[in-house]
Design a protein around this ligand. Structure first.
Ligand SMILES: NC(=O)c1ccc[n+]([C@@H]2O[C@H](COP(=O)([O-])OP(=O)(O)OC[C@H]3O[C@@H](n4cnc5c(N)ncnc54)[C@H](OP(=O)(O)O)[C@@H]3O)[C@@H](O)[C@H]2O)c1
Length: 325
């Protein structure tokens, strides 16, 4: 019988229960879930600290999953196909990945690229996919010839860790801004680590000394304002998150005096061709041994405790949820 972690209300409680597969939402593909993962958004949903769930309770959270197709009414997928699902409201307004079974629309599924296992897909998960989108956006915008340092903020988190690794592997000199262990970030490829507070206190000046040749920001708030003020001329910041704050108080000067681009990254509604491209790029660019080493595997009944931890900014790397006992 299918099993899932149910939230019984906006502030919990969370409980694991069997359920009838007729209760699964509409969709043309039913998936046997192997792994999900714990993202910052899941932490907010499970603890009730953020209004993430917009579906009726009881609700199955989990914003991503990887598994094999069990039944399909779509010509695009057949039983046994390995698939990944992220975004499109999964774990927000549609039942998500903290379950042994899920149902989705075929047009929202990505075929698992060769070179990635189901476990690795969730060791990357929404966070790794978002980091890849950010790196692709920076690549597309281009770097100046002598770009120098590329910055990643919130560097020890899920998005940040994968972004550090991808940028370093692409040959950039990566500076990681973090409140945690520099040794971990150096292992991922960071050339230098600066304390989170160096940028986190923000800036009162419209422009600072120009330093960064590109940046991936996962924390928003005063940090993002300080990053924008210290970008080199004609460079880009990929803005992905709000772990510090959703507020952004800045001036137009980085944009009109230095030609800085602020690139918004939205993994949720990312169109299918870019989705497939990003997953393919992850399969080609990620060091699989390193990926395994930055993942912690937990079980469904560990999720509430880890959800609390991730909302406190205490998680290093990625947390994979194995849904079967
Ligand atoms: N745009 C999208 O499609 C998309 C997709 C996925 C995630 N996100 C967002 O991206 C952000 C990161 O997600 P994640 O899954 O990587 O979360 P995470 O694993 O919790 O990482 C967030 C990191 O931010 C840093 N941080 C936490 N609190 C902070 C604070 N008060 N001030 C400054 N830094 C702080 C910490 O890193 P250090 O200790 O290293 O500083 C923490 O590890 C979240 O806001 C999430 O909602 C957006």
């Amino acid at each position: 019988m299918p099993r899932a972690l149910f939230l019984d209300g906006p502030k919990g409680p969370a409980a694991i229960r069997d359920f009838d597969r007729d209760a699964l939402p509409n969709g043309d593909v039913t998936i046997r879930v192997a792994y999900s993962s714990l993202n910052y958004k899941d932490g907010l949903a499970v603890t009730g600290k953020g209004k993430i769930v917009r579906g009726a309770f009881p609700f199955v959270p989990g914003i991503d999953l990887a598994g094999t197709v069990e039944t399909s009414e779509s010509p695009d997928f057949a039983p046994g196909d390995a698939v990944v699902l992220t975004g499109w409201g999964t774990g927000e307004n549609r039942w998500g990945g903290f379950a042994t079974h899920a149902r989705a629309s075929a047009k929202h599924l990505v075929r698992l690229p060769d070179g990635l296992s189901l476990f690795e897909a969730m060791a990357l998960g929404t966070a790794g996919f978002t980091a890849m989108l950010a790196v692709l956006a920076l690549d597309h915008a281009g770097y100046p010839d002598d770009a120098g340092d590329v910055l990643v903020t919130g560097a020890s988190g899920g998005v940040g860790s994968v972004a550090v690794h991808l940028l370093a592997r692409a040959g950039h000199r990566v500076v990681a801004s973090s409140g945690k262990d520099p040794a971990y970030l150096k292992r991922l490829g960071a050339a230098d680590v600066i304390g989170r507070d160096a940028l986190g206190a923000g800036t009162h000046r419209p422009l600072e000394a120009s330093r960064w040749g590109g940046a991936v920001d996962t924390v928003g708030g005063a940090t993002l304002a300080a990053v924008l003020a210290s970008m080199q001329t004609r460079t880009s910041v990929a803005a992905c998150g709000n772990a510090q704050s959703p507020d952004l108080v800045t001036t137009v000067f980085p944009f009109i005096l230095r030609g800085v681009n602020l690139l918004g990254i939205d993994s949720n509604t990312c169109p299918a061709p870019l989705r497939q491209q990003a997953w393919q790029a992850l399969a080609e660019r990620v060091d699989r041994d390193l990926l395994a080493s930055l993942a912690t595997t937990i079980r469904l009944d560990d999720v509430p405790r880890w959800a609390e931890t991730i909302t406190q900014g205490q998680v290093q790397g990625r947390v994979v949820v194995r849904v079967e006992d």
